[in-house]
Design a protein around this ligand. Sequence first.
Ligand code: 6R9
Length: 635
Amino acid sequence: MKLQVENFEEYQKAYQYSVENPEGFWGEIAENFVWKKKWNKVLDWNFKEPKIEWYQGATLNITENCLDRHLADKADQPAIVWESNDPNEANRTYTYRELHQEVCTFANVLKQNGAKKGDRICLYMPMVPELAIAVLACARIGAIHSVVFGGFSAQSIADRIQDAQCSMVVTADGSHRGNKEIFLKHIMDEAIISCPCVKTVIVLERSKSAVSMIKGRDLFWHSEMERMRSLGLTDCPAEEMDAEDPLFILYTSGSTGKPKGVVHTCGGYMVFTAYTFQNIFQYQSGEMYFCTADIGWITGHSYIVYGPLIQGATSLIFEGIPTFPDAGRFWDIVDKHDVNILYTAPTAIRSLMQFGLDYVKDKDLSSLRVLGSVGEPINEEAWNWYNEHIGKGKCPIVDTWWQTETGGILISPLANITPTKPCYATLPLPGVQPILVDEKGEEITGNGVSGNLCIKFPWPGILRTTYGDHERCRTNYFATYEDLYFTGDGCMRDEDGYYRITGRVDDVMNISGHRIGTAEVENAINMFTDVIESAVVGYPHDIKGQGIYAYVIMASTPKDPVLARKDIAATVSQIIGAIARPDKIQFVTGLPKTRSGKIMRRILRKIAEGDINNLGDTSTLLDPSVVDKIKEERL
Ligand code: 6R9
């Protein structure tokens, strides 16, 4: 079966076939890729344990699909085009041939320094081509990459390195983001103090800021690459991987405890990212594709690196931020590189909207053909602005719903095929079987209904486990409702059967499209010297989608509340990273609790939202007067 559907009828046929015969469907789709050995069985699964295995018995290396197989007909086509943070710095382009060679050479750097199949390698890097090269080099030798977003703190990095017991780290001196520099190596040095498992650190020179280099542990990227070249080690055979061998770990926040390491495996992830990329964006050979995400998040893994490269696309990597040097940067990039497909986040659109049309009006955006949105529900105003001022009413908007755990997009229009509706992720991809359930897990059938979004059948990109703790995977995703994967999202299905995601129904916040658990932020706030207890909720924020509102009980009333708030915010930054800084901190003397001692977050959420006359039933509260006080002093 061909990979790409070309019209709505073909989509419907593919969908129907995928539900009637999932193994037949995904078996035929998988024929479009290069395998070292074919599978004996397409799928073996149960959601009880859970145990999910796709393409049993098959072997492959995903990088042969990203690189080697394009050498026959696309060797001189750009695979990666890189745009610096600094608009005056020259672009860099890697053709498929060049990328292949760089990946192989760096794979040898990893090997020569002792890395082997199954080892975990932490990547903490700027958005430069070397990050994609490092990702692919790990995959080349079968090492498991764990990319940590450049905005996380030393403590967050240390937690992730320890959890995965990484033996190697690849980082850079520093990372430029707008006018700021993040001193990555320095932060990494601080993290490694508590990570004896790390034996080797490879340091890319990017910002040319001074770094400390420890003999016997730290090595420069460029000198190691030189050394490989002088040894003639610029080719590297691709390790033969079982379809179910882990490809990577990516940490993400849940409603409780520390972030968990979501594990994706080689075969299913490859098939699913390629299939979804091709069909959703309807990528045409030679087009320029620009996803503005960071490779440190799942969107960057699946739709900057793997999906596009497997499909032989040209993927544009941008180092900077949308507002530097001014709020026209995205549109400059589209204009300069003739971008055909732009994939970005609602928070970016909202932040650019507020600068008005001056930054858009003189830019030539006529190359654009498809627009994408990801990370959070897109509000109608942002959808309309994107459609009108960026797409000029001619580009379909694909509002793609998915999660770190799903590996790839599950619900989305297919560009120019599925009729779109503002704010709707529309219809499931072939192979994806969503259902809505009520609190008790009963299926809500029919249209014009709302419920909790679950998926009732596995797709090839579904997570397989959470690293080192399979039970956590089971309880988090497969135990809420029997025999269903629970997404944590609320959803409505309208009269046309179109899906609209309404947001998280658990204690996970979505701040500028980044997932952050309320418990994580509370734990960080509680580390502050004078804090007795805290409760954190999300509230509507014009730009970020959600902001963080913290209610904090202090041991004694702060003498300088303004400074105390700053100190608490700084503590959270230090422990998690700047993305988790509370936007508002209200000092309170008590929190609304039930008689059994549970914080009633529902009430705190309403107060943070400003909906104070509508708090619902407060009769189960231990001390209802607490609420009046919080209401009065609301920020
Ligand atoms: C890919 C990614 C996942 C959560 C998810 C949901 C929200 C993502 C969305 C969306 C509405 C969309 N989300 N895309 N909500 N419409 N198109 O963002 O992964 O960081 O794991 O976040 O993001 O709430 O559950 P991740």
